[in-house]
Design a protein around this ligand. Structure first.
Ligand code: F6R
Length: 607
């Protein structure tokens, strides 16, 4: 992961670099660092932990160079301490790196045999030393980088700053994103365009294998073969990236509360409410022509894909194969050419999902992605993007982007049902009417916050928490457990309710809360039976259901959260709000870092 920045500027750039890094902190926050050139000499400052620690150091000992690079880290190789913090430097250069150099061991062994002494545990230091080795042989910085890049395996983006080179930065992209920004007598590099938005709205995106030489006058971009190439300049909309917490204590709370609005906006993109119909979509292939659909994603986005499997199979009678991208990409799944492969991602930069997308493309699949970040690599590499319109999501734990994913996937499933003739016009109108209720029902669910908060205090005392659900509530149980563990660090697992008796029920005692997601739907009674099996063994149950469900099955153990009534088809979107609030308040009560939980990053650009 990690975020990287480079600036060839006209004034001291260190604080500009930090400003850009703040916008990249979603990529990691284990340590941060900056290097500049002062009178041609490399100076660098690094700090363990979040960017504010680096800022503090810079305020005490400012760096004054007008050219510099910076980094915010999500540790892959080596502990997140100051020694392992980027930039890594030799007497000839400094480098920042996002990604993994997979063959760093043999490279390190080769350099060690030559007498190079390594100071850090990182894979990045081999890059610094390899380029330095080439420089010592008399090569220019460009020649040294050109000689080194073909030797590196893995997915990475790099930015180099050279001793004595006051007007030259070199950036390289291989499997991890890197954007070039154009300013007035200044040039920029950044892991994404939003990082550069305080300085410029003109960017071009490097393509895989590209490397770029930046000076104050512009940029020269070369492809992997060393041939000069043009990468089109694009204008990024300004103002899109301003992020503040409004009246909320955390970004996560703000994003939870934005859901009725952004889900409404997303649904309206796909639904013509005046007609009570789905809007036609320009997809590369009709759902009617498919024999199967594959959906691939990671983490919470994978759970959205799992909800979608239920929707597509039921509403469109379309068999769906879903997989987590880290498994799919190496499974060599046989894919019949001409089918549709769907990819789901908030960031559009998740390395495993991207690699799976490229695999599917190579297998002749039509590639469509459900992505939240316009201009992301996934958006650019897909035949068609069916966007989630959640707006920028800052909190590391996804909330509004997830429920917008659910909304888009339900819309696609309805469209598929119509195209495949498994849904009638009346069915479509009924489902559109159900979609229309979602924003209002989500607003009603948010009003339950005060009622949910006391349960969070109880959950906070537990060491293990189990979630269960059936049908589309099963992925919501998985999502609830994921939210709880990533925010509160309490061990939590989600299970299909019917699976409990096959093992997990052995964990039940009076110390383990079991959160049961059970709207009064077609499988409600089955879930209640499984819940009773848990209660009979002393389990403490928090039932999340609706009025009818509570009337029929409320238990006198831990409690019942009575959700607003909704059509079961949209229940996952509404019930997601309850599991989000529960996890959020547990973490707040425990004093955890809600927006930036330990060990995580918002955009997972390493495999
Ligand atoms: C959970 C969460 C992660 C992401 C996962 C995929 O709250 O945010 O599990 O869902 O890392 O990320 P994207 O959706 O950006 O591909």
């Amino acid at each position: 992961m990690c975020g990287i920045v480079g600036i060839v500027g006209t004034n001291p750039v260190a604080m500009q670099v930090v400003d850009a890094l703040k916008r990249l902190e979603y990529r990691g926050y284990d340590s941060a660092g900056v290097a500049t050139l002062e009178n041609g000499h490399l100076t660098r400052l690094r700090a363990e932990g979040k960017l504010r620690n680096l800022e503090l150091k810079l305020s005490q000992a400012p760096l004054t160079g007008a050219i510099g690079i910076g980094h915010t880290r999500w540790a892959t190789h080596g502990r997140p301490n100051e020694t392992n913090a980027h930039p890594h430097a030799t007497d000839k250069l400094a480098v920042v790196h996002n990604g993994i150099i997979e063959n760093f061991r043999p490279l390190k062994a080769e350099l060690t045999a030559k007498g190079v002494v390594f100071e850090t545990e990182t894979d990045t230091e081999v890059v610094a030393q390899l380029v330095t080795d080439e420089l010592r042989q008399g090569k220019t910085p460009m020649e040294a980088v050109a000689a080194t890049l073909p030797r590196l395996r893995g997915a990475f983006a790099l930015a180099f700053l050279f001793e004595g080179e006051e007007n030259q930065l070199i950036g390289a992209r291989h499997g991890a994103p890197l954007a070039v920004g154009y300013g007035e007598g200044e040039m920029y590099l950044g892991s994404d365009a939003p990082a550069l938005s305080p300085f410029t709205d003109e960017v071009s995106y490097l393509e895989d294998g590209d490397w770029a030489v930046l000076t104050r006058d512009g940029v020269e971009i070369r492809d992997a073969g060393g041939h000069p190439v043009d990468r089109p300049r694009q204008t990024i909309p300004q103002g899109q990236f301003t992020a503040n917490k409004g009246n909320h204590r955390h970004f996560m709370a703000k994003e939870i509360y934005e859901q009725p609005e952004v889900v409404a906006r997303t649904i309206a993109h796909y639904v013509d409410f005046a007609e009570g119909r789905m809007r036609p979509l320009d997809l590369p292939v009709s759902f009617a022509a498919l024999t199967r659909l594959s959906i691939t994603a990671c983490g919470g986005s994978y759970y959205a894909a799992l909800v979608a499997k239920y929707w597509f199979e039921k509403l469109a009678r379309l068999p769906v194969e879903i997989d987590v991208a880290s498994e799919f990409r190496y499974r060599e799944a046989p894919l019949e050419a001409g089918q549709l492969a769907l990819f789901v991602s908030q960031s559009g930069e998740t390395a495993d999902t991207l690699a799976s997308l490229h695999y599917a493309k190579a297998q002749g699949q039509h590639v469509v992605s459900v992505v939240n970040v316009p201009g992301s690599t996934m958006a650019r590499d897909s035949a068609v993007v069916t966007p989630t319109l959640a707006g920028p999501e800052i909190s590391v734990a996804s909330t509004k982007a997830t429920t917008c994913q659910y909304a888009v996937l339900l819309c696609l499933a309805i469209l598929a049902g119509r195209q495949r003739g498994t849904l009638s016009l009346d069915d479509e109108r009924r489902l559109v009417a159900a979609l229309a209720t979602v924003p209002g029902t989500m607003s009603d669910a948010l009003k339950l916050e005060d009622m949910i908060e006391p349960y969070a205090r109880e959950i906070a005392r537990a060491h293990d928490v189990l979630y269960m659900g059936r049908g589309t509530s099963y992925p919501v149980a998985l999502e609830g457990a994921l939210k709880l563990k990533e925010l509160s660090y309490i061990h939590a697992e989600g299970y299909a309710a019917g699976e409990f008796k096959h093992g997990p029920i052995a964990l039940i005692d009076e110390t383990v809360p079991v959160i049961v997601i059970a709207p009064h739907d077609a499988v409600f009674e089955k879930t209640v039976s499984n819940m009773q099996e848990v209660a009979a063994r002393g389990g403490r149950i928090l039932l999340i259901t609706d009025a009818l469900g509570s009337q029929e099955a409320a238990m006198d153990t831990m409690g019942t959260i009575v959700m607003p009534d909704c059509d079961p088809v949209v229940a996952p979107i509404v019930y997601a709000v309850a599991v989000q609030l529960l996890a959020y308040h547990t973490a707040v009560f425990m004093g955890k870092d809600v927006d930036q939980p330990r060990n995580l990053a918002k955009s997972v650009t390493v495999e």
